[in-house]
Design a binder for this molecule. Structure first.
Ligand code: NAD
Ligand code: UD1
Length: 335
């Protein structure tokens, strides 16, 4: 059985479904700080049966001991974490406590229960964004905010723990820009308040919830002056996790792998593709650069292909289509 922390969140919910489809039993753990228990109903529809769920916090040592005692856990997919860059700048202690100390508590409970495999959600934000892409795993690190630092600190902790005892097996997966949702329209990202990220914002403008998008800068040294990112479909992303879990079952030590498509897309190119695929208009105006943004970021995805046999299959059209399908579900008030 696989313990999925953050299992009701955006990526964790998709991962739980594909783990189930790959034949794994799963138990989800989430404190619902950034997700809703209603996700469980939709997962049950998709899987044809309910998933085991524990409402609780990865920082709760007693609860974790109970979970590991109650379920026969073979490995952990660890998605639980806070992910707002702006919030992390305002409250770095909260990010250290939740993301770093939370992972430390989880590792203690795993060790006590003799569970030594973990797939960890890291981020491309650990790379030094002033360098030129593509970013390979050995590129210079240099997170530029407390959120990114929390991911880099957990990566370093996992490397130290793995070096101390060869039973440990960790996959550190550095995500580029996950977008999209399950094609059924039953799973997706539901940001609270004004979205920070581009795709949810585009969807809200297209659905009429917001008047227009502000493009943060058109004077970058890129194809059309707007920022360039490596958008990756969340279904591809979670397939990479299942492959990484299999890898952890067979190998010990630390695997660090990018999960991206290896292709950069500019903000304007994404808007144009979204408009073409969904038939919606996305009015936008150009604003100033957003502090902390880098011009361009995309992955060198060769390690994941070589060691995991994984590569992204879905393209920008599918990402736009499935983001819009999910937005339509939200707009109908079905979730
Ligand atoms: P999300 O907020 O939708 O999911 C995270 C889940 O973890 C939420 O359901 C939240 O309630 C839960 N959670 C948070 N702190 C917890 C705690 N202490 N105990 C138990 N549950 C807790 O975010 P997501 O987009 O699904 O991201 C999942 C992971 O991937 C995060 O660790 C995030 O930092 C990482 N990541 C995300 C992206 C992205 O663009 N979405 C990119 C890189 C890395
Ligand atoms: C952001 C986070 C990063 C996180 C990633 C995935 C910051 C500085 N970085 O990265 O830590 O891992 O999300 O969740 O927040 N854009 C607009 N208008 C908008 C929103 C975005 O033009 O309203 C542009 C941005 O300037 C950027 C691109 O779209 O060029 C992508 O932005 P976003 O979706 O926020 O992702 P990242 O900045 O790559």
């Amino acid at each position: 059985m696989i313990l999925v922390t953050g299992g009701t969140g955006y990526i964790g919910s998709h991962a739980s479904l594909v783990l189930h489809e790959a034949g794994h039993e799963v138990v989800l753990l989430d404190n619902l700080s950034n997700s809703d228990a209603a996700v469980l109903d939709r997962l049950a529809v998709l899987a044809g049966r309910p998933f085991a769920f524990v409402e609780g916090d990865i920082r709760d040592e007693t609860l974790l001991a109970q979970v590991f005692a109650e379920y026969q856990i073979d490995g952990v997919m660890h998605f639980a974490g806070l992910k707002s860059v702006a919030e992390s700048v305002a409250d770095p202690l909260k990010y250290f406590d939740n993301n770093v100390a939370g992972t430390r508590t989880l590792l203690g409970a795993m060790s006590a229960a003799n569970v030594h495999r973990m797939v960890f959600s890291s981020s491309a934000t650990v790379y030094d964004g002033s360098q030129r892409p593509p970013f390979a795993e050995d590129a210079a690190l240099g997170a530029s905010n407390p959120y990114g630092n929390s991911k880099a600190q957990v990566e370093a902790l996992l490397a130290d723990v793995a070096a101390s005892d060869q039973r440990w097996s960790f996959a550190l997966l550095r995500y580029f820009n996950p977008v999209g949702g399950h094609e059924s329209g039953l799973l997706g990202e539901n940001p609270r308040g004004i979205p920070n990220n581009l795709m949810p914002y585009i969807c809200q403008v297209a659905s009429g919830m917001r008047e227009s998008l502000t493009v943060h800068g058109d004077d970058y040294p890129t194809v059309d002056g707007t920022g360039v990112r490596d958008f990756i479909h969340v279904m591809d992303l979670v397939d990479g996790h299942v492959a990484a879990l299999d890898y952890c079952m067979k190998n010990s030590g630390v695997l660090t792998a990018n999960l991206g498509t290896g292709t950069g897309t500019s903000v304007i190119q994404l808007i144009e593709t979204f408009e073409r695929i969904t038939g919606n208009r996305v009015p936008f105006q150009i604003g100033p650069r957003r502090p902390g943004d880098v011009a361009e970021s995309w992955a060198d995805a060769a390690v994941a292909e070589r060691l995991l046999g994984w590569r992204a299959k879905l393209g920008l059209p599918e990402m736009c289509r499935d983001s819009w399908t999910w937005q339509s579900t939200l707009a109908r008030g079905d979730v």
